[in-house]
Ligand binder design. Structure first.
Ligand SMILES: CSC[C@H]1O[C@@H](n2cnc3c(O)ncnc32)[C@H](O)[C@@H]1O
Ligand SMILES: [Zn+2]
Length: 428
């Protein structure tokens, strides 16, 4: 066994207290061996003046959409997707998706994220990027059946199921999968049922966008006389294994259904603000016992993949939504972006304790905007920026040391993405 010792820092523990401690990691098993006064490690990572936190978990996104960052802004979801994003995505090649995913992954590693959930296409390219990067991810092929005939639609569902089966547990167990229908309005009832059944058969979750905008709620109410989460419940889609993105327009009954079924919710505050989708009732969900995580959504609707921004946005908009400054407090938002997200997407991550996966980020607190540090948890929610992350470790492997990404060549990734993004837009 070789060990890695993260030394001399303060450590954020699962109960949200902070204490001076070292973290000793078994590099082969990828697990934390001890937290406290540990034996000397074979290799050491300096954490003096720093706070060691669980790696952040980005519970919903589309990593390859970094290629479309800043391509189309200032429109609501439907117009944005139909007029700009989908026409551009129709031109994406597998190599483009790889380049965009690698750029997204570099951005996440540099801002302390060690795991993410991703819905997109060309998933074999995304899986390869995840394996190479050393990150942890739950990935899946996004199913869209509108505009397809019955046979094409079924093929899309079958592809999502086949990909989920093929890649689950790969990358030394760091890659897991889900079957991912895009939404309740872009996938037919028959195909949603097929997706739920297929996911159950292979034992993976279903991940889907639900209740993101009013435009998505109204057609379901008009056609079926029930709201989206009731429809999802009838389809057998609400389950403790499954997780939805957004949940903005969720009413009291919807919150009850989420709490009763254990369905996870991924809150994406920046995307919800940028597309003016609305304010998710996050405090009400937490009060009801719903499992809530945090995600950035894609870089085209955010426009970055920095979960520190997302925590701050979640705390701020959570207060507005609840009309209370006490809502979505710092501790809660930090828990949501770590253990909460991990629980929602069904991975083992988000806590620093013996036996847990060694997914960690080390934050440099020696910065003017982090001085004084009365309360480190407050700083994590309200003041830390992704660029304050010094080291990122996933499964015991050091992915970034002193801001140098070790598993991917940052310069090459940026240059390739820039070139591919430019050529993509020329084609569109
Ligand atoms: C079929 S793969 C995923 C699909 O989702 C699109 N997308 C990106 N952001 C959002 C969002 O906020 N709501 C719904 N769909 C979104 C992405 O462009 C892909 O086409
Ligand atoms: Zn999304």
């Amino acid at each position: 066994m070789t060990t890695l010792q993260i030394t001399g820092g303060q450590v954020l523990l699962p109960d949200m207290t902070v204490e001076s401690a070292d973290v000793l990691v078994d590099r082969e098993a990828g697990e934390i061996l001890a937290v406290g006064e540990t034996e000397r490690g074979d290799e050491r990572l300096d954490a003096e003046g720093s706070l060691v936190i669980p790696g952040l978990v980005n519970a919903h996104g589309h990593a390859a959409m970094t290629l479309l960052r800043g391509y189309a802004d200032d429109k609501p979801l439907d117009a944005w997707l139909q007029e700009d994003i989908w026409p551009a995505e129709a031109e994406l090649t597998p190599e483009d998706v790889r380049a965009g995913a690698e750029l997204g992954i570099v951005e996440m590693i540099k801002s302390g994220t060690t795991a993410f959930a991703d819905m997109y296409f060309e998933v074999d390219e995304i899986a390869a990027a995840v394996r190479e990067s050393g990150m942890r991810a739950r990935i899946g092929h996004g199913i869209v059946t509108v505009g397809k005939d019955d046979e094409e639609a079924r093929e899309d569902v079958e592809e999502s199921i086949a990909i989920a089966r093929e890649f689950d547990g790969t990358g030394d167990g760091r890659v897991s999968t889900a079957v991912m229908p895009h939404s309740l309005t872009t996938v037919s009832e028959e195909c949603l049922s097929m997706a739920v059944k297929g996911a159950r058969e292979i034992g993976v979750p279903v991940h889907i966008h639900i209740n993101e905008t009013r435009d998505e709620v109204e057609p379901i109410v008009e056609e079926r006389g029930i709201r989206p989460l009731e429809y999802a419940d009838e389809l057998g889609l609400l389950d403790e294994k499954n997780f939805l993105a957004h949940g903005v327009h969720t009413d009291e009954r919807g919150i009850e259904l989420l709490a009763e079924t254990g369905m996870g919710v991924v809150h994406c505050p920046a995307s919800n603000m940028k597309l003016a989708s609305g304010m998710a009732p996050v405090q009400a969900m937490l009060d009801a016992g719903v499992s809530v995580g945090v995600g950035t959504d894609g870089a085209a609707s955010n426009n970055d993949l920095d979960l520190f921004d997302e925590m701050r946005d979640a705390a701020m908009i959570g207060k507005l939504a609840a009309d209370s400054a006490a809502a979505v407090p710092a501790e809660e938002v930090v828990r949501m972006a770590t253990a909460g997200s991990a629980e929602a997407i069904g991975i083992d991550s988000g806590r620093i304790e013996a036996g847990a996966n060694a997914d960690l980020a080390v934050i440099d607190f020696g910065k003017p905007h982090l001085t004084p540090a009365h309360d480190p948890v407050s700083h994590l929610a309200y003041a830390v920026r992704g660029s304050d992350v010094r080291h990122t470790v996933c499964g015991g492997e050091v992915l970034m040391c002193d801001r140098e990404v070790l598993t991917l060549d940052e310069k090459e990734v940026r240059e390739t993405a820039e070139k591919r993004a430019t050529e993509l837009i020329e084609r569109v």
